[in-house]
Design a protein around this ligand. Structure first.
Ligand code: NAP
Ligand code: 8YV
Length: 319
């Protein structure tokens, strides 16, 4: 029938944004609510041409939906989607850049301040009564005027740099390629950047190329007063090396929004109390940004079914 709403597979809840408003236009199928996900995929079969996705989407799932033409990822990072398999099958992939940039940068700077000024430790100090029994808490280093090294000077990295300028910080960065359109100094390797920096902020994509880019050597170069902040992907940092570095005082402190193997947290990380701050992957989790991410995801789905240009195809499509 000409006017029938197109089927769209939705693999996971789109955060807390209700999907009813998109159901006017699309016939949404919630994979995570299906009693038998395999049966749902089989029933949808070649008739399902689009999927709205959070996190992973495998080649096997693509093969179960042979009519698929679009995977719309609700997130800027798409490292859990098998992009090579999608391209091989002629499937387009979109993501949600820009709409989350400023909120992620806010949390990164919040973590720098919290780790540098030991804000969480201070909260515990007051609540445990130590202010009364032990007097004033120990001093911390400064944030303002310090050196911040950003690994991943892309959209979010630049937004972090803009905020750091307001703190009179010196800023340098490392990417695979130096940028000609930013004023900050380029460092040729994560280790060189870490050796220069007081704060090392990681805001990288996931995947094999960035796996453990921050390793024991980089942490050693950051040094005993240095502070690591990760808002990229957990896999960017060698977590075993990080635990050791925090235990042994090789670095001063860390604040992590993302963990390798999240949401599981290794006991070694949980055991570190004073100089580690953990967040449950919250950097884009504001009402406004999450709504904008879901809207952009479905705007891409709409464009796909209308045959118009996709709003935010991933760079691998040349977009
Ligand atoms: P972007 O604009 O594409 O920036 C990524 C930057 O990383 C680019 O400057 C790129 O420069 C650099 N890069 C990529 N691979 C590299 C490598 N192997 N070595 C060194 N540098 C490399 O992306 P964005 O929008 O800023 O987002 C960045 C990442 O942040 C996402 O992919 C995601 O993993 C993470 N993120 C996390 C949250 C959260 O909730 N915590 C939210 C949003 C995003 P070159 O290409 O020159 O190397
Ligand atoms: C998402 C993120 O919240 O966009 C990204 O890459 O990491 C976050 O904004 C995350 O992908 C959860 O699905």
């Amino acid at each position: 029938m000409m006017n029938e709403k197109p089927d769209v597979l939705v693999t996971l809840p789109m955060f807390h944004v209700p999907l009813e408003e998109f159901a006017n236009r699309f016939n949404l199928h919630s994979l995570w609510q299906a009693d038998r996900p395999e049966e749902l995929l089989q029933r949808l079969g070649p008739g399902c041409r689009a999927a709205a996705v959070r996190d992973n989407f495998t080649a096997d799932m693509m093969d179960q939906l042979p009519g698929l033409g679009l995977i719309a990822v609700c997130g800027v990072g798409y490292d859990e989607v098998d992009v090579a398999a999608a391209i091989q099958r002629g499937i387009k992939v979109t993501n949600t850049p820009d709409v989350l940039t400023e909120d992620v940068a806010d949390l990164a700077v919040g973590l720098m301040l919290a780790a540098g000024r030991r804000i969480v430790k201070g909260d515990r100090y007051v609540r445990s009564g130590r202010w009364v029994t032990d007097g004033q808490m120990s001093y911390t280093g400064r944030v303002q005027g310090q050196r911040v090294g950003i690994i991943g000077m892309g959209r979010i990295g630049c937004a972090i740099a803009r905020r750091c300028e307001a703190f009179n910080m010196e800023i340098a960065y490392h990417n695979r390629n130096p940028r000609t359109d930013v004023p900050q100094a380029y460092k040729g390797s994560p280790k060189e950047l870490a050796a220069w920096a007081d704060y090392l902020v990681v805001v990288l994509p996931g995947g094999p190329e960035t796996h453990h880019l921050v390793d024991s050597d980089v942490l050693e170069a950051l040094g005993p007063e240095g502070i690591l902040v990760n808002v990229g992907r957990g896999s960017n940092v060698d977590q075993v090396a990080l635990i050791r570095a925090l235990e042994q005082g090789t670095i001063g402190a860390a604040a992590l929004d993302v963990l390798d193997g999240e949401p599981e947290v290794p006991a070694g990380l949980l055991a570190i109390k004073d100089n580690l701050i953990l967040q449950p992957h919250q950097a884009s989790a504001t009402f406004e940004t999450r709504r904008a991410m879901v809207e952009l995801t479905f705007a891409n789905v709409k464009a796909f079914f209308e045959g118009s240009a996709l709003l935010s195809p991933i760079p691998e499509h040349g977009g």
